[in-house]
Design a protein around this ligand. Structure first.
Ligand SMILES: [Zn+2]
Length: 152
């Protein structure tokens, strides 16, 4: 039996098996069946998954590019070198630490312990600023931009 040959298909009219390419000619000659215009082929599901996967990859790439642009956009003057930025941040940090010390002394001498009072609010703001500067200095020390975040 020619069933084990995947290229042979049975004729829907007489059941005789023909090669996929020979069948239309057989049907036309033997049964007078005009070959149908091929239907527009639907996109196979495997290809849909492939396309969706590719779109996903593209989206991820665009997001990484966006992030890279955000990192590369200079928050400080573009002519500033890494060393200059580090120096400027060190000065900012010194000032911040002085301000923090100042606010803490004020708070202790005035006996202000209200966690939502002006001293606490200002101290929290200075601490956040300090954290930002320390983080940036750490980034500069390790070399920026940190490439590892783009590899995942
Ligand atoms: Zn036939």
């Amino acid at each position: 039996m020619p069933h084990d040959s995947p290229r042979r298909v049975p004729c829907p009219d007489c059941g005789q098996e023909f090669s996929a390419r020979g069948l239309p000619a057989h049907r036309r000659q033997r049964h007078g069946v005009a070959p149908q215009a091929p239907l527009p082929t639907a996109v196979p599901e495997s290809m849909v998954h492939e396309i969706l996967g590719a779109l996903e990859l593209l989206r991820g790439a665009v997001e990484r590019i966006d992030e890279r642009i955000r990192v590369l956009e200079p928050q400080s003057p573009p002519c500033e070198s890494v060393a200059q930025e580090a120096q400027r941040l060190e000065r900012e940090l010194d000032v911040l630490l002085e301000e923090i010390g100042c606010v803490q002394r004020l708070a202790s001498t005035s006996g202000a312990s209200d966690p939502s009072g002006p001293h606490a609010v200002e101290l929290a703001r200075l601490r956040r600023e300090q954290a930002r500067v320390v983080f940036r200095l750490d980034e500069l020390a390790k070399g920026v931009p940190n490439e590892e975040r783009f590899l995942s």
